[in-house]
Design a protein around this ligand. Sequence first.
Ligand code: MG
Length: 377
Amino acid sequence: MPESDNLLACFAAREIDSRGRLYQESKPKYRGEFQRDRDRIIHSSAFRRLVYKTQVFVNHEGDLYRTRLTHSIEVSQIARTLAQSLKLNEVLIEAMALAHDLGHTPFGHAGQDTLNKCMQDFGGFEHNLQSLRVVDQLESKYAEFDGLNLTFETREGILKHCSLKNAQNLGDIGKRFIERQQPGLEAQLVNIADAIAYNHHDIDDGYRAGLITLDQLMQVGLFRQPFSRVKEKFPKINERRLIHETLRQMISNVVNDLITNTNFVLKRVKPKSIEDIRLQKFKIAKFSENINFEHLELKKFLNSNLYKHPRVVEMTDQAETMVKKLFERYMSDYSVLPENIQNILQGETDKNRARKISDYIAGMTDRFAIAEYERLI
Ligand code: MG
């Protein structure tokens, strides 16, 4: 057990209480179990591919936009601050944050929605479940097992949502969705850290791309208040700095609120262990009502002004076409796939073949998917 576990709150995830790995392994010598999880995630090929995958903007649009990799690092930075402040397991939350988007398709949400449609007759596609599939099965580098053989706790944090139907096939890790229980606090917080990170960096990227204007941003309460304060204090700074300073304070405000409010709920509930957290009917990690309202307002704002912006829609339409055509092409003629994939597909049922083709497409980077589309269609 790492010495730092002694400094954790009684309800934090500790190695000593871990539900363990699917395949038993000997203990690591110089690091903890959750550290080993984090290190395996960083060394995975799915993690390296995040650098060429995007959420809103397609990868070749410009070098300054967030990619899934920089997004995951930003989530981990916010999540670690949350864990430190609440005496939770910082290494575990870092592992969860770095792995949370491993199952994402190329071209962000457009890619996964399209893949889900393509997979309708074969069990559908869920990006969250796909992240778990990557760490449980698809990484294939270790001699003794498929996947990365991560601890239950890291996997619990990766599987944020899951349909009841899928949960039934997942054993232990799917149980909480059936029994309507909560995950540990680290998992609850990493989920919110994800939302904080993308809401804020999408404003930054959207503004830089000229898709949202300052006038529009002033409709958003979370933005307007720190903006006015910064402008009053630094009347002469240029707009770029003004926006960055505002965003910085916005993140601080929501993070501080989340820590204060979660502490408040913890004092009321008084959990004695991570199991107490899991058994609650509601999530303990949450914003105050006020900030929750404003955070939702920001989400709605981005939905109507950025994600539905004609330029973004044009891009997502193209992405949908590419993913759909690739799926159809591979399904109708898998001889166009690399030999190792052809071997895996040989003799499989339609359903299994579709699943493996969807794994192959989900694993693609934006630029690889574009190159494949140009090659084949
Ligand atoms: Mg994310």
